[in-house]
Design a protein around this ligand. Sequence first.
Ligand SMILES: Nc1ncnc2c1ncn2[C@@H]1O[C@H](COP(=O)(O)OP(=O)(O)OP(=O)(O)O)[C@@H](O)[C@H]1O
Length: 250
Amino acid sequence: MTAAIELSGISKSFGPLRVIEGVDLVIEKSSRHAVIGPNGAGKSTLFHMISGRLDVTSGVVRLFGEEIQNQKPHRIARKGLSRSFQITNLFPRLTAIEVLTSAMLWPAGVRYDFWSPLARLRDLHERAAAMARDLGIASTDTPSGLLSYADQRALELGVAVASDARVILLDEPTAGMNRDEARRTRDLILSTTEGRTLLMVEHDMDVVFGIADRISVLASGRIIASGTPEEIRRNAAVQEAYLGAEEEIA
Ligand SMILES: Nc1ncnc2c1ncn2[C@@H]1O[C@H](COP(=O)(O)OP(=O)(O)OP(=O)(O)O)[C@@H](O)[C@H]1O
């Protein structure tokens, strides 16, 4: 079966610095896959090569079997891959409903225009309102820039899934959150990614082990282990990679 994402021999150098070294990784369709690893392991770099933000130095990235390495992020997004980004910084004056309505419109290549059937826009607006409620956003008519931190992050998650993307990339979705906020986000990620493929980079091990059905461990630019959460928990090389690191594996 074709994988959702397949990395073959991916390497990345910044000048003389080799950050990713020949990574092979398969993300199966409809799986929730987390990439973990000590600080500076290369997780974000790997992530950005999948979303198109960074070019690969060598290797192949496939999305549902199609080569996508070194393509522009918007082209990759059109093929069904969506990543979270800080929309509330970009459009702080739009309300949650406006942000979600726009996110539903953009990927389809539809823009608000004079000829858009009003009924269709009304339908999108209602879907956006329902989604904002499902995301637990306290106020749907407050400018998104004024929402609480956790609501802003929930909205970003909503934007990533509003487009009906088949693959969702989340980069540290609970960064900067307290326990309760991280739990809420974990539950939201579980519900919003149902039936889709999720690839996330995350430091919070409660969140990782509460969401992922597969985990890959990156250390010094190489995948040192890939498996179920139980396999990763027991893996000696993984325990060793985390020794002395500031985070500990759960
Ligand atoms: N644009 C760049 N130019 C030069 N070096 C870079 C660049 N981006 C990342 N690096 C280096 O590549 C290495 C991996 O960085 P990366 O951010 O991918 O790690 P990470 O695993 O995501 O770390 P963290 O968990 O701390 O976010 C680091 O040594 C970093 O300094």
